[in-house]
Design a protein around this ligand. Sequence first.
Ligand code: C2E
Ligand code: CA
Ligand code: CA
Length: 722
Amino acid sequence: MQATRRDSALPSRMAALLAASAERARDVRARAAVLSPLGMLVVCTLLAMLAAGAACASAWRDEHQLIEAGAAEAAERTDMALAEVERELDVVEALAAASSACEEPVRLGLAKAAIRSPLVREFYIEREASSLPCGAFGPVERAWTAAAASPGRTQVVPAEDLMGGFLVQRRFADHAIVAYVSPRQVMDRMPEGVNGSVIMLRTSDGWLLGQSGGTAASPLATVRRPVAARGLWIEMPVTRPRMLARLAEHASLWAIVWGLACVVAVVVANHLIAYRASRHRQLLTALRKRRFVPVVQPIVDARTGACLGAEILMRWKHPARGLVPPLEFIDYAERSGLIVPMAALLMRTARAQLTEIAAARPSLLFAFNVTPAQLRLPDFADSLVRIFDGEPIGPSRVVIELTERDLVDAQVRDQLAHLRTLGFRIAIDDFGTGQSSLALLQELPVDRLKVDREFVRTIEPGATEAPVLEAIIGLAHRLDLPLIAEGVETPQQRDWLRERGVQALQGYLPGRPMTVIDFGSWLARHDPAPERPLPDTDHDLAEVADALRTAPQLQRDRWYRLRRYRHCLLGSELVTWWSQTRGVSRAEAVRLGRRLVARGWLSHVHEEHDFEDGPFFYQLVSRQTQLDTAAPLPSDLPPTGQTAAWLHGDAGVRPGRRVRGLLLHHDAVSGREVVDALARAGQLSRERAVLCGRALLRAGRLRHVLDERGFVDSSSAHFFLA
Ligand code: C2E
Ligand code: CA
Ligand code: CA
């Protein structure tokens, strides 16, 4: 009765959970849609700022490089112009050498040189002896100060007159020659097209000799270049208007970058939404298709190594990726609330799969991971009680594992206390990673602690101490709670923990997480169940046969050589199942099979084989048939001699070719024909005719065409008359 109520309650509960989940999925999508434009705006703005920064940096670099190139060119051209003036000074120097007076021929020579030169307005010759320099029109007032220069060296100095020119002087011991250069002529030779930026020619002490083009308003920086080794500098400012102009040039690039940034942001945001929604959908689909399956990891006694129980861990049986570990989906499942139906599914599946093992080994406990989201459900305890409703797995065999970090909540603590009163056991998982105080733990309804594998990992080979782990073990001892160490991978870790009084171990060393079937084999190997006598009495064997009947996964239609055999058990599968669920060896399982065959509970499909551990098909004989075959026959049946005579008489049966499937039997009759003939000849009811047939078979007057099968009223069962 109870089982029926649970089965009808489960689908409706599952449907409610799925509906809640679908609601949640819509919610996730809606929330993602509200959040994404904001997020997009932030991303776009950040990207645009980045793009603007990059554009400014590149405009600045370009402008700087261009101005630097212009300044270098201007310096080179100034140098060339001054070299030209120097060559003209050579001619004037020859004039000075020819005559020391400021006579007509000298003046004429100076005038010709000035007329020929595109850069020099006047040439002068200064002499120590005369106070006035000699020019093209005779002695002139000196409007400059003679530069103190080493003899024979050319030097450029400002002219200090109102015309704004400069002088190129070459001094000797007793005289000097001077060229008055018009700065306009020199500046005209400066390169054009440096974006209208001003070019200035200065002496090394900052005197401005000449300037060309543009303005120098609000310079952001100044580029300086020396003019060869002449003690002159070209200066060019990098101005704000120039930079703005250059930024404007980059505006189109900006627009493209901004546009791209927006496109990228939209695509990324969409992907995120789609990813979140699709992950939710994937988990929902997996839930509907019941793809969350349990694997179990043994927990063993640290001293004896005996198995104490197992932790049930969730795996996602992904159609493409195989078994997906929980780290990839539990987090999201917890945040989205999907963990609730997922965990319910896992518990139900685990309970069903573990039934046989739990029945065979009543001391084993089974631990399930539970999250606060589950504990906050008002009907959580009821649903647990419905799943673990008694034999063989009741509340006292179930351990609820909850991580220490989740303990703080009062609601959670109340729920734990309630579960404990119902008989469930409570374990604190990942003990040592939370921040529970000793006092809190003492108050809590807890039965055991599990120390996290991160701490177990600190046990180094040959180490004598792992201080934090020692402290945790000490704490567990003080709380008087058994401690299970997780993640035990090496014999050193096992020995270390055992020496310090840790009661139980879980980890790759005792056993990795495995399927329930593998767990059965692991148990049989690792921890053989105490030898139990094989069932022997009719009653015991009938129970074994009944257990087989309720293991539907074992009975399937099988095919052999184009023929279908309905509802068969495969010998080797049966042996595996028995050895796992009953904890017996394969040899013992075969003996059990033979006993069932001998007592008529199990038969080979062709009755050709005794029970074998191999690819042979067996059928369970129905309880009714078995009882009928074994049951004594009524004493008031007509004697078999008489019934045999009826069969052979004129109203009897006509043996001939009878076909069943691909088999042809000569001189055979069917069970149906025998019953018809007996009922007719002896005026019997069909029931009594069947009993007569059975008596004939037992007396050896009828024989089944294949074997020792019982007599049945069927047109497909064939018999020989003996
Ligand atoms: P946990 O409860 O601490 O489970 C123990 C984890 O340690 C398991 O990882 C197990 O495979 C792993 N492990 C066991 N022995 C060793 C070992 O010797 N070495 C190493 N390196 N690892 C070992 P798994 O199965 O990937 O589970 C990870 C976590 O996912 C679990 O940590 C648990 O917090 C969570 N989880 C698993 N199943 C469920 C579930 O059904 N419900 C909930 N809420 N959480 C689950
Ligand atoms: Ca756990
Ligand atoms: Ca843990």
